[in-house]
Design a protein. Structure first.
Length: 272
């Protein structure tokens, strides 16, 4: 999750960047309106912006209006202004939320998480299924399907069938025979599918990790996002649920564990 923090006070920008990096965000800082516009238009677009209102030269309202011309990510204004007219101007410029200075980092973190969760629900509706080598995860239907891989990784071949180079004698016949055998259920047929019986919490853990491959989540973060921030329990439960997920996936035919343990930290999704 990419965040752009814009504040002309360098100390505040750095404080926010340090906090949200600890929360797992990839944070870029800008200390003026023009810097913010450059950061928002070069490279990967931010998933969310924290934008100071009171900046010299180009204020936050103008930055917001210009950013809204090509980005739809949530924009949260950080401001010491308290007048209703200022808030109305901000929303008219395209802001999604206001947080008044001085603010609590934890409260700001919750507000950011709420906006990202809302964005995630929208994206989930747009992209409800993800495919990995052996796994198909349907986030809308909440199912995990395993289809064992029969060929060598990346060879694109049907098991037991040699595919010759294009133009070589007999290549078309071999490919045709393989496809006919697959349809008929004979040699080279598609392997059977297996649905993994996951509990609600187990699926939620798989969904959290698999939607962000490569991102490391510590056990506290997983517990908070899956069980809820106000849950009365122990984050150590995460370890047992991950163990059960691994056992169920292995029993269903998954050869390589898609969840990697990052020792001393937590877990990340490594399946491709």
């Amino acid at each position: 999750m990419r965040m752009l923090v814009v504040d002309d006070e360098v100390d505040i920008a750095n404080m926010l960047a340090e906090y949200f990096r600890m929360e797992g965000y990839d944070v870029t800082c800008a200390n003026s309106g023009p810097e913010a516009l450059t950061a928002a238009s070069v490279g990967a677009a931010p998933d969310i912006m924290l934008l100071d209102v009171n900046m010299p030269g180009m204020d936050g309202f103008e930055v917001c209006r210009r950013v809204r011309e090509h980005l739809s990510c949530p924009i949260i204004f950080l401001t010491a202004r308290v007048e209703d007219v200022d808030q109305l101007d901000g929303f008219a410029a395209g802001a999604d939320d206001y947080v008044m200075k001085p603010f609590s980092l934890e409260v700001l973190g919750r507000r950011v998480a709420a906006h990202m969760a809302r964005e995630g629900r929208v994206r989930e509706r747009e992209n409800a299924v993800r495919f990995f080598r052996e796994l198909t995860i349907d986030y809308k239907q909440r199912t995990v399907e395993v289809r064992p891989v029969t060929g060598e990784p990346g060879d694109g071949a049907v098991k037991g069938v040699g595919v010759e180079k294009p133009g070589s004698e007999g290549s078309h016949a071999k490919i045709s025979d393989a496809l006919e055998g697959s349809i008929a259920g004979g040699a080279g047929a598609c392997p059977s599918r297996t649905y993994v019986d996951l509990t609600k919490l187990e699926f939620d853990i798989v969904a959290l990790l698999s939607k962000r491959p490569g991102q490391v989540f510590d056990r506290d973060a997983i517990y908070e996002r899956v069980w809820g921030w106000d849950a009365a329990g122990d984050p150590s439960q995460v370890r047992e649920h991950v163990r059960r997920i691994r056992n169920k996936l292995a029993a269903a035919g998954v050869a390589d564990d898609p969840i990697e343990t990052v020792w001393g930290v937590g877990y990340k999704w490594v399946a491709k």
